[in-house]
Design a protein around this ligand. Structure first.
Ligand SMILES: [Zn+2]
Length: 353
């Protein structure tokens, strides 16, 4: 039975259009009047954008409705959908906690409120009826000041029960002038024992080799094999995993054709660099993880074995997967030998009748 691990999903971009539309309707939000009907809204919400910046603008639409009061509503539906429709056994959910705090507060009050947001997301992610291992990645943001980003790292270190790592987001073209600052923040995060990933080498404007040594995984990283394949050797040596999110590159105009990813996969397999296939923004992109797998297969970008290698890599590189094994091997034993289960449960062997 296939069970999957999702390593790269944004809380903002993971709200599927139908759920967001229903929410706006229930709240009688004036936004609903802008659209003739649901189809009109879905077309607006999920259509391709010309640039990554334009695409990221859409996050603000969702961030603005994800508040202390509404986060449990959205997260419950996210977990339910991920369990029922995507077969997720493991989910790392990432977001910038500062952007869920109340805009009426001062910067320092908003920093204080971030702890409450992490608590709410942590509790709301534990849904009894839809069991899966979940953890949070807190995103530093390219457009937020140093003090906020440092507080995000500190919070991640304080709440390791809920948080498994830190990330840097907000558009990789915007790190340039503040590169030394972000290097310092990553060094600080590593010194606190935090796991690290970061949106890097996603676009051709976001290639900063200075940041690479501090990352345990690379958010996207597709422009390493596409433009700087000479770096693959050191990426392999550092055992860094690329989080590749195929649909995003078409939605952001980063790639023109999904087939361009064939070079990414082929070069990485050849160099011994692991890839985890992820959705990034399952809601905005309007696709779920099993579709990403199937799409790569049907487009002949990867073969079946490579797909399974990527699925295994996702569990190996998961920051908070608590088991030694892939869940399939745990389940296969149970499904094939139901008697073992009875023995294990009662301590004494029992026949089925
Ligand atoms: Zn992302």
């Amino acid at each position: 039975m296939p069970l999957y691990a999702e390593l790269h999903r944004h809380l903002g971009g993971s709200v599927v259009p139908r759920i967001l539309w229903r929410y706006f309707q229930r709240q009688t939000d004036p936004l609903t009047h802008k659209f003739a009907d649901y189809d009109d809204f879905e077309e607006f919400y999920t259509r391709s954008r010309n640039t990554l910046d334009e695409y990221l603008e859409l996050h603000t639409l969702v961030e603005h409705v994800q508040t202390v009061q509404t986060l449990p509503y959205f997260i419950y539906r996210l977990i339910r959908g991920a369990y029922i429709f995507e077969n997720l056994a493991y989910l790392e959910l990432r977001y910038t906690p500062y952007l869920r705090t109340s805009e009426q507060l001062s910067q320092s009050e908003r920093i204080d409120q971030m702890a409450q947001i992490v608590e709410i997301v942590g509790q709301a992610s534990q849904v009894q009826d839809y069991p899966m291992v979940t953890s949070q990645i807190l995103c530093m943001h390219a457009r937020l000041p140093y003090a906020v980003n440092k507080a995000i790292v500190d919070l991640a270190a304080q709440r390791k029960d809920y948080v498994c790592g830190v990330d840097l987001a907000g558009g990789d073209a915007h790190y340039g002038e503040r590169l030394a600052e972000f290097v310092g923040l990553y060094q600080y995060a590593r010194s606190l024992g935090l796991n690290t990933t970061g949106h890097l080498y996603e676009t051709s404007d976001g290639c900063y080799p200075e940041l690479l040594p501090y990352l345990m995984r690379i958010g996207h990283g597709i422009h390493i094999p596409l433009k700087y394949p000479e770096l693959l050797k050191e990426v392999a040596q550092r055992q860094q995993c690329l989080e590749v999110c195929p649909t995003t590159y078409l939605k952001t105009g980063t790639l023109e054709d999904i087939y361009q990813l064939k070079v990414v996969f082929d070069s990485c397999f050849e160099a011994g660099v692991d890839i985890a296939i992820c959705t990034d923004n399952a809601g905005l992109n309007n696709v779920r993880l099993p579709f990403e797998y199937e799409n790569l297969l049907t487009q002949d970008i990867i073969d079946f074995e490579q797909m399974q290698a990527c699925q295994d890599a996702a569990f190996r590189h998961a920051f908070a997967w608590p088991h030694q094994q892939h869940p399939a091997s745990l389940l296969t034993g149970l499904l094939k030998n139901p008697r073992d289960e009875v023995v294990a449960a009662n301590g004494t062997p029992r026949t089925k009748d």
